[in-house]
Design a protein around this ligand. Structure first.
Ligand code: 5GP
Length: 189
């Protein structure tokens, strides 16, 4: 997606050969216009998939997911990273190892918002080792629902998550795929 690539080049900061910081438009401050374009892109890709729900993970997946949900006219459910007192034992959960925080944590989704009749698009901001996507896939599976695909805003193609998910037969649609962050430079696949 050209507008996203341009934005990454203009405002992204390469923190290391592995980490890209995009907190001026996606991870902290949010660019609503770009999010709307991203949502439209996901909506176009999945308009015939018979989706009933989008599932994402807090917090950075929410903005692109809501935009896609708005255009497709379906609800957006986000997995919570912290246990809420209002989430009693009525939830699906999975353990996710965080690439950026380097700790494992449980994510959970209430059983009220996902069931076996749902057809789901999973959306997340980044794809690195695929841990977050794996956790979300597990939650959809626990609900007996169907995952139609995985929509990613920025995939780091030099890390193994995307390949592993595709090898498992999942449909993965990434709007920007970075092939390298070496020498402080962003290169696209
Ligand atoms: P994975 O679970 O695929 O290993 O990593 C994806 C998750 O880690 C995303 O939800 C995102 O929050 C975070 N992440 C991974 N790599 C990056 C990165 O280069 N930059 C930022 N800002 N977040 C990342």
């Amino acid at each position: 997606m050209k507008a996203l690539q341009d934005k990454i080049i203009k405002d992204g900061k390469v923190l290391s050969a592995e980490v890209l910081k995009v907190d001026s438009f996606l991870n902290h401050q949010i660019d609503p216009e770009l999010m709307q374009q991203i949502g439209q892109e996901f909506a176009d890709l999945y308009k015939d998939a018979g989706l009933t729900k989008i599932v994402t993970i807090e917090s950075s997946g929410i903005a692109p997911a809501v935009m896609a949900g708005l255009i497709l006219g379906i609800p957006v459910v986000f997995a919570r990273k912290r246990k809420s007192v209002t989430l009693t034992d009525n939830f699906y959960s999975a353990e996710v190892y965080s690439f950026t925080k380097q700790v494992s944590s449980d994510i959970s989704v209430s059983k009220d918002f996902l069931n076996k009749d749902d057809v789901v698009l999973i959306i997340d901001d980044f794809l690195a080792n695929g841990e977050a996507a794996k956790g979300l896939l597990s939650i959809v599976e626990q609900a007996g629902a169907t995952t139609s695909g995985i929509g990613i805003v920025i995939e780091k193609g030099f890390q193994p998550g995307g390949q592993a998910l595709r090898d498992q037969g999942h449909r993965v649609d990434s709007l920007a795929i970075i092939s390298s962050l070496e020498n402080g430079k962003v290169q696209f696949a």
